[in-house]
Design a protein around this ligand. Structure first.
Ligand code: ADP
Ligand code: MG
Length: 740
C-alpha cells in the first residue's frame, strides 16, 4: 500500500463505495480523518466478575438475560426496562431507563457481556443501564489477543467491529505516520521523534488503560498546540490590518449617556472606555465584551455604535434572532435618533429590501441592525467601520467572516481583491499601514503555494472594521487563552444597582397546585408577566414532554382571565415580532414559548419563569433562559420542573445555588469533564476532541511551545511547507478562532 495521510479512505483495502459513503457522512474523508477517529471508549473484558462474587461499583459480568419487561411509570416520558441476568453462580437484577428497545434486543439463549454500575437503588442492588455486547463477538476479538477492546461510535450501518477491521488493515501503516509538530530541545519529554505514530497506534490498539492515557496525552497536546499557534498567528495578522480611526468626543458621548434611563455601572463605564481607546487606534479593535445575563451589554454597544456613527461611519449590529434584532433596533432608534443617527432594521421579514439596501449602500443609514439577512451577498456598505455581534456564540465563524469581508470590499472598492482565489495577488499589495519594518520584511516573503499558507488572505486585506463581540456565556480563562490567544476582553462583572438574584427552585408536577399556581397568580395579580418554557412545539407520540400548544390550552383553563399566548421558532417572523412586542408592552400575561426567547430578549416586567422538563437542557442554556427574568427592580423567581420519579440532574442543583455565570461555567466544566466545553455551541464549530480545558499544565506547556513557533513561522513562512499537515490544521483553527 502506498498510503499517506491525505489518501482517500477508499484507497484502503476493503473500503468499498458504500463504506466510503458512510464514512464521508461522518466527516471521514482521508486516512488522516480516519486515524483521528478514536474509539469512543474501551471495554476491559479481562476482568469479568462471577455473579456470586459481585460487589458494588463498576463491573463487567457475563451471562444470559431473562424475564425482560417494560414498567410504565406515573411520569409521562419515562419507562423502566427490567430483567434478570444469570450465570452459573447467581442472578442479579438489571434495569434500563428510557430504553424500551432493550426488551427486544436479546436472545435469551445467548451469553452477553454487560458493563455497568452495580449499585444500591430503590431498596435493592441492581445493575443500572449497562452496555451489552454479544459474548461471542467479544470472545472472538479476545482470541485475537486481548480482552481490552476499543469501542467505536457507530456510524450509520457501520459498526464498531467494522471500524476495527479497517484499522486492522491499516495496522502495518502506523509505523510510517510522520511527525506533525516541530520538535525541539524545549519540547516536553513525550514530544519526540515518532511520538505521533506511537500515540495513534496506542489509541487504536491499546492493551491497557495506561496506553490509552499516553495516547490521549500526546493528542491533547497536539490539539492545543495547533489551536494556540493559530490564535497567535491570528493576533499577529490582525496587527497588520488598518482600521478607521474614530476620534473620541467626550462631549457628544456625554449627551447620550445623560439620555439613558439609568446611571451606567462602573463596569459599563470601564468597558466603554476600553472600547473607545481601541477605536482611536488605526488597527482594528478585536474585543470580546463578556458580561453575565442582564449586566447591560446593550448600553455599552449603543455608546460604541454612537461614537462610530456620529463620526460619519457606518455600523452593523448583528443579532441571532429576528426578535432580538427588532428589540435592539427599537431601543437604539429611541436612544440615538434624537442625535441624528439613522437606524434601520434588516431581517428576513423586512419589506422592500432592495430599497433599504440601496440606502445602506449610499450611506444614508448609519446603523443597521439585522439578522443573518444582513450577511447576504447583496448587502453592501459605504463605509462600515464597526461590526457589533451580539450573542456571538450563536454565529458560525463563516457568518462572522462574511460580514467582515463585505466590509473590506465596501471600504476600498475597486482596489480590493476579494476571496482567497486571489490571495497571491493580494499578498503582493503593499500595505498602507504603519506596520513596523520587521513585519514588513516578514510580509515580503511570498509563499508560492497559497493553499498551505495559513496567513489566509482575508486577513491581509488592508482595511478592516473594528469588531465588538458580545456574549453572556463566560469563557473560562484557560479556554480564552487557548483559543483566542491574547484576545482583548472587557468584562461586565457588576450588575446594575438594585438587581436581586433570581430565586431558583426545583419543583415537580406534584407541587403545581400547592405552590406553583398560587405563585403565578401572585405575580399576575401585581401586574407582572410570566414566561412558561416548553421543549416541544407540538405533542407527538415520540416524546412525552409537554408541548407549547398543549401547555397553552392547559394554562388557559387554569387562568381563564389571563391572556395566554404561545410563541415558537417555526412561526413567521412577522407573527413572532407581533407577539413579542405585545408581550413587551404588557398585553400578554403569560407567554408560553420554546427556547426562542433564550437569548437577549429583554422584558423587565416579566419576573416569573417556569421551565418544563428542565432536565433536558444544559447548564448554560438554563442560565441563559433564566436570565430573561430579573431584569428590573422586582424580585424574580425561576422554577425548574423536574420529574417526581428521579433525582433531579446535578446541574439543576448547581443552578439553584448560584446566579453567577462565571461560577456556573467552571462548575459545568467540572460536571461534564474533559473534552467538552461549556455550551458546545459557544464557539461556533469549535470544540475540542482530546484536550481538557481543566488541564492547565498541558495548556501552559503547549502555549509556551506554540508561541515560539508562531514567532518562527511568521518570521519564515516557508516553514509551513515543512509542516504541511500542521499548516492545514492551523489554517482551519485560524478560521475558527479568528475574530476578523
Ligand atoms: P445583557 O447584558 O443581558 O444584554 P441588557 O443590555 O439587555 O443586558 O440589559 C438588561 C436590562 O438592564 C435592560 O432592561 C437595561 O435597560 C437595564 N440596564 C442596563 N444597564 C443598566 C444600568 N446601569 N442600570 C440599570 N439598568 C440597566
Ligand atoms: Mg443582550
Amino acid at each position: 500500500m502506498s498510503l499517506n495521510m491525505f489518501s482517500k479512505v477508499e484507497e484502503i483495502k476493503g473500503v468499498g463505495p458504500k463504506t466510503k459513503e458512510i464514512m464521508e457522512k461522518a466527516g471521514i474523508v482521508t486516512v488522516r480523518d480516519l486515524l483521528y477517529y478514536l474509539p469512543r471508549t474501551y471495554e476491559n473484558f479481562t476482568n469479568t466478575t462471577r455473579l456470586a462474587d459481585i460487589r458494588p461499583g463498576k463491573v463487567v459480568v457475563r451471562g444470559k438475560i431473562s424475564d425482560l419487561r417494560i414498567i410504565r411509570t406515573a411520569r409521562r416520558n419515562f419507562t423502566i426496562t427490567e430483567g434478570v441476568i444469570h450465570d452459573d453462580t447467581d442472578a442479579i437484577r438489571v434495569v434500563w431507563f428510557n430504553q424500551p428497545y432493550r426488551v427486544k434486543q436479546f436472545d435469551k439463549n445467548k451469553d452477553y457481556y454487560f458493563t455497568g454500575s452495580y449499585d444500591y437503588n430503590r431498596n435493592r442492588y441492581q445493575l443500572t443501564s449497562p452496555k451489552a455486547e454479544l459474548a461471542s463477538d467479544v470472545d472472538e476479538s479476545r482470541a485475537m489477543g486481548n480482552g481490552f477492546k476499543p469501542i467505536y461510535s457507530v456510524k450509520g450501518s457501520f459498526k464498531s467491529e467494522n471500524f476495527k477491521k479497517v484499522f486492522e488493515t491499516l495496522r502495518p501503516e502506523f509505523a510510517f505516520i510522520p511527525d506533525l509538530l516541530p520538535i525541539s530541545e524545549s519540547s516536553p519529554d513525550f514530544v519526540k521523534p515518532g511520538c505521533r505514530a506511537d500515540a495513534l497506534f496506542k489509541a487504536h490498539f491499546a492493551e491497557d488503560e495506561k496506553e490509552v492515557k499516553e495516547a490521549r496525552k500526546y493528542l491533547a497536546y497536539e490539539e492545543l498546540f495547533e489551536l494556540i499557534l493559530a490564535a497567535n498567528l491570528n493576533k499577529r495578522e490582525n496587527q497588520k490590518l488598518r482600521a478607521s480611526v474614530i476620534p473620541f468626543n467626550a462631549e457628544k458621548i456625554q449627551k447620550v449617556v445623560k439620555k439613558l434611563p439609568f446611571e451606567l455601572t462602573n463596569a459599563q463605564r470601564r468597558a466603554t472606555y476600553e472600547i473607545f481607546k481601541d477605536l482611536e487606534k488605526n488597527v482594528p479593535m478585536n474585543r470580546l465584551l463578556q458580561g453575565d445575563v442582564g449586566s447591560g451589554k446593550t448600553a455599552v454597544a449603543a455608546l460604541s455604535a454612537f461614537a462610530v456613527a456620529s463620526a460619519g461611519y457606518q455600523v452593523a449590529f448583528l443579532a441571532p434572532t429576528a426578535i432580538l434584532a427588532n428589540q435592539h433596533a427599537d431601543s437604539l432608534n429611541e436612544l440615538l435618533a434624537p442625535f441624528g443617527i439613522t437606524v434601520a432594521l434588516l431581517t428576513g421579514a423586512t419589506k422592500n429590501k432592495p430599497a433599504l439596501k440601496a440606502r445602506i449602500k449610499n450611506g444614508e443609514i448609519d446603523l443597521v441592525v439585522g439578522t443573518h439577512a444582513l450577511i447576504t451577498d447583496d448587502t453592501e456598505f459605504k463605509n462600515l467601520a464597526l461590526c457589533i455581534i451580539d450573542e456571538q456564540h450563536r454565529f458560525g465563524v463563516n457568518q462572522r467572516q462574511k460580514l467582515l469581508a463585505k466590509t473590506v470590499e465596501s471600504a476600498i472598492g475597486e482596489e480590493v481583491i476579494s476571496g482567497s482565489a486571489n490571495s497571491e495577488a493580494n499578498s503582493e499589495k503593499p500595505l498602507k499601514t504603519s506596520t513596523s519594518s520587521k513585519e514588513k520584511s516578514a510580509k515580503s516573503e511570498k509563499i508560492p503555494d497559497g493553499s498551505l499558507n495559513p496567513d489566509f488572505s482575508a486577513l491581509k486585506k488592508p482595511l478592516a472594521p473594528h469588531l465588538l463581540m458580545m456574549t453572556a456565556t463566560p469563557i473560562p480563562r484557560s479556554l480564552q487563552l487557548a483559543i483566542f490567544g491574547d484576545l482583548d476582553v472587557s468584562v461586565l462583572n457588576e450588575l446594575p444597582k438594585g438587581r436581586q438574584p433570581v430565586e431558583t427552585k426545583i419543583i415537580t408536577e406534584l407541587n403545581f397546585v400547592d405552590e406553583l399556581y398560587p405563585k403565578v397568580r401572585e405575580y399576575l395579580k401585581s401586574g407582572q408577566q410570566v414566561y412558561w418554557i416548553c421543549r416541544t412545539i407540538e405533542d407527538s407520540s415520540l416524546s412525552e414532554t409537554i408541548s407549547v400548544k398543549k401547555q397553552t390550552e392547559k394554562l388557559k383553563e387554569i387562568f381563564p382571565k389571563e391572556n395566554v399566548v404561545f410563541l415558537h421558532g417555526r412561526m413567521k417572523t412577522d407573527e413572532k415580532d407581533q407577539i413579542m412586542s405585545e408581550f413587551a408592552s404588557g398585553k400578554i400575561n403569560i407567554l408560553v414559548s420554546t427556547t426562542v426567547v433564550e437569548v437577549g430578549v429583554n422584558v423587565p416586567n416579566a419576573n416569573l419563569m417556569v421551565i418544563m422538563d428542565a432536565d433536558g437542557y444544559g447548564l448554560a442554556q438554563l442560565h441563559q433562559l433564566r436570565g430573561r427574568v430579573g431584569r428590573g427592580k422586582n424580585a424574580a423567581i425561576c422554577y425548574l420542573v423536574s420529574p417526581a420519579e428521579a433525582e433531579p440532574a446535578k446541574r439543576l442543583r448547581v443552578l439553584e445555588k448560584s446566579n453567577d455565570g462565571f461560577y456556573l461555567a467552571e462548575a459545568d466544566l467540572k460536571l461534564r469533564g474533559p473534552g467538552e466545553i461549556y455550551g458546545s455551541l459557544q464557539h461556533g464549530a469549535m470544540s475540542l476532541q482530546f484536550a481538557s480545558l481543566t488541564n492547565t499544565k498541558l495548556i501552559s506547556a503547549a502555549s509556551n511551545e506554540a508561541k515560539k513557533s508562531a514567532e518562527e513561522f511568521s518570521k519564515s513562512p516557508e516553514l509551513f511547507q515543512k509542516y504541511p499537515e500542521l499548516s492545514i490544521s492551523v489554517k482551519k483553527y485560524q478560521q475558527l478562532t479568528t475574530l476578523n
